[in-house]
Write a protein that binds this ligand. Structure first.
Ligand SMILES: [Zn+2]
Length: 484
C-alpha cells in the first residue's frame, strides 16, 4: 500500500513538473504571437493601417512612459532611477530613425510587494502585475528582478496591456536592446523569426504574409548565442524552408531578433514605418497622454539682467523633458528634482522688468505671469579663453542696459585719473574708450583681445561703466598670465 502511495506521489510530482508553467531559466522574450491572436492581428494587417501615408506630418512624436518599480514589501530593493533614465536614453536612440521619442511621465511609482518581487512565474502573475495602477495614455512599464523572461510586452490587440522588464535585462552595460525590443512589440512589431503567420522563405517570396510580415527584414531561423558570433555575424548556415530557397542570411543587428543583446542596434525602415503607423493610428492616446504641468511658484523672484541666476521652480507633474522659458527664452536646466521641482539658470533678459515664466512639455504648459523680475546688473568684468600668447580671450563687461563703457588691458600698476583709480599701468595693450563701446539692452558687452606679452607676464584688465545718474563706476580688476 505504502509503495503504491509513494508511486502515486512520484507521479503527481512528475506530472506537476511537466505541466508547470514555471520556466527553468530566463527566456529572451515573452511576447510571441499566440495562436489565438493570429486572426485579430491579420485583420489589422488587412485594414491597411500599417501602410502610409501617416496622418501626422513627419517630426518627432513624443510618447510618455510611466515607470513602476517593484520593491520588497519593506520598500527595499528595486531598480535604480539611473537605470530607468538609461532605459529612456536607450529607447530614444533606438527609435530616433522612426521619429519617436520617449519621456518619463511623472515620478517613478513603487509597488512594494514580496509576491511581485520574488515570485512571478505564471502568465496570470505577470498580468496581475501589469494591472497594478496603470496610468492611461502612457506606456506602463513594470520593473521586477525575478521574472522568467527578459521582457514581455503587448500588441494593440492584447487583452492585458503594458510591459514587464526583468531588471537584469534593463539598460545594463551589455544590454541596451531588450527595452527597445519590447517597445517594438508594443508598436506591433513581431520577432524576425516569428512563425505564427507562416514560415518565411529566404527568397522573400512570402515576406508580406509570413514571418514578421515585414519585407525588408530577411528570413530568420531564430537567432541566439549559438548561431551569432561575438562579432555579431550569423554563423548558423542552413537552407531556407521553401523550394529553391537560398541559404539563411538573417540580420543579427535587428532589435526584433533573438540575437545577442549587444548586437541588436537597429530597426529596418519598414519596421520604423510600421511602429510609427501603429502609434499614430492604433495608439493615438499616447500622443496626448500624461498630465500637464502645474507651476505654483518660483524662487528667488528676481535676478540680474545678464542671466545666470539659479532659480527653483516648484509645482507638480513636471515631465522629465519639461523645458522652462523666461519671456519665451529657453533657460538652461541645472537640476530636476522628481516631478515637483526644476532648477534653472536664467537666460539673459531683453530688458529690466517683470517677465513671464513658463513650463512646457508634450502634455501641455503652465505660465506664471510676471513671476520673475530682471534687475540692473552690477558693474563687473570677467574674461574667458586661454592665456596662451596669440590666442583671443573674450572680455565681458556688465552694468546697466545701454550704458557707456570703457576698458583697458595693461601692465599691473596704477593709473590715477580725476574720476577713478585703475589697477593698470603702461604699456597699455588694449584701450577701448566709452565713446566707442556701449552695453547692450541686456547690460552686457564683449570685447576680444589677442594675448600678447612676455612669457608668464601678468596683464591686468579693468573697465569703467558710466552709470546713468551716478557717473563713472570702476569694475573689479582681472588678471591674465601670458603663456608661451
Ligand atoms: Zn520579443
Amino acid at each position: 500500500m505504502s509503495t503504491h502511495r509513494d508511486l502515486l506521489g512520484v507521479l503527481v510530482v512528475f506530472a506537476t513538473l511537466l505541466c508547470s508553467p514555471v520556466l527553468a531559466q530566463t527566456e529572451e522574450c515573452g511576447s510571441f504571437v499566440r495562436p489565438g491572436e493570429v486572426a485579430g492581428l491579420l485583420l489589422l494587417e488587412d485594414s491597411g493601417i500599417y501602410e502610409g501615408p501617416e496622418t501626422l506630418a513627419l517630426g518627432n512624436l513624443d510618447v510618455p512612459l510611466t515607470f513602476h518599480v517593484v520593491r520588497r514589501s519593506d520598500g527595499t530593493g528595486g531598480l535604480a532611477q539611473s537605470r530607468l533614465n538609461q532605459a529612456v536614453i536607450d529607447a530614444n536612440i533606438a527609435f530616433a530613425s522612426a521619429g519617436i521619442a520617449f519621456f518619463q511621465c511623472g515620478e517613478t511609482r513603487f509597488i512594494d510587494s514580496d509576491a511581485f518581487y520574488f515570485d512571478i512565474d505564471t502568465t496570470a502573475e505577470t498580468n496581475a502585475l501589469r494591472s497594478t495602477n496603470p496610468v492611461p495614455n502612457t506606456i506602463n512599464v513594470y520593473f521586477s528582478p525575478n521574472v522568467p523572461y527578459c521582457g514581455i510586452s503587448s500588441f494593440t490587440t492584447s487583452s492585458v496591456q503594458g510591459i514587464v522588464m526583468n531588471n537584469g535585462c534593463t539598460a545594463t552595460s551589455s544590454n541596451h536592446s531588450t527595452f527597445p525590443h519590447e517597445i517594438g512589440h508594443y508598436f506591433n512589431l513581431y520577432h524576425t523569426h516569428e512563425t505564427a503567420f507562416g514560415t518565411e522563405c529566404t527568397s522573400g517570396s512570402n515576406c508580406g504574409s509570413a514571418g514578421d510580415l515585414v519585407c525588408d527584414t530577411p528570413a530568420d531561423p531564430r537567432l541566439g548565442s549559438g548561431n551569432v558570433s561575438t562579432q555579431c555575424f550569423y554563423t548558423g548556415g542552413g537552407t531556407g524552408p521553401c523550394g529553391g530557397d537560398p541559404g539563411y542570411s538573417p540580420d543579427p543587428l535587428n532589435f526584433m531578433s533573438y540575437s545577442r543583446s549587444n548586437c541588436r542596434v537597429r530597426f529596418s525602415t519598414q519596421q520604423d514605418n510600421r511602429a510609427r503607423s501603429t502609434l499614430v493610428n492604433l495608439r493615438p492616446g499616447l500622443l496626448s497622454g500624461c498630465t500637464p504641468p502645474n507651476l505654483v511658484s518660483i524662487a528667488p523672484g528676481s535676478g540680474f539682467l545678464r542671466g545666470g541666476t539659479a532659480i527653483t521652480l516648484n509645482g507638480a507633474d513636471f515631465a522629465s523633458n519639461a523645458s522652462v522659458r523666461f519671456e519665451g527664452v529657453t533657460a538652461e536646466i541645472l537640476q530636476r528634482i522628481g516631478s515637483t521641482s526644476i532648477v534653472v539658470a536664467t537666460p539673459p533678459g531683453a530688458s529690466e522688468g517683470a517677465v513671464d515664466v513658463a513650463v512646457n512639455q508634450p502634455s501641455g504648459s503652465d505660465v506664471l505671469a510676471g513671476a520673475f523680475t530682471y534687475t540692473q546688473n552690477p558693474v563687473e568684468i570677467s574674461w574667458t579663453g586661454s592665456g596662451v600668447r596669440g590666442s583671443n580671450i573674450t572680455i565681458r563687461v556688465y552694468g546697466p542696459a545701454n550704458a557707456r563703457v570703457g576698458l583697458a588691458v595693461g601692465a599691473p600698476g596704477m593709473i590715477v585719473k580725476p574720476c577713478c583709480t585703475f589697477c593698470l599701468d603702461r604699456p597699455i595693450d588694449l584701450a577701448v574708450r566709452p565713446s566707442e563701446l556701449m552695453l547692450g539692452a541686456n547690460g552686457e558687452a564683449a570685447v576680444q583681445w589677442q594675448v600678447s606679452g612676455a612669457d608668464f607676464e601678468t596683464k591686468n584688465i579693468q573697465g569703467v561703466v558710466v552709470v546713468p545718474g551716478v557717473g563713472p563706476v570702476v569694475t573689479n580688476c582681472q588678471s591674465v598670465t601670458v603663456f608661451p
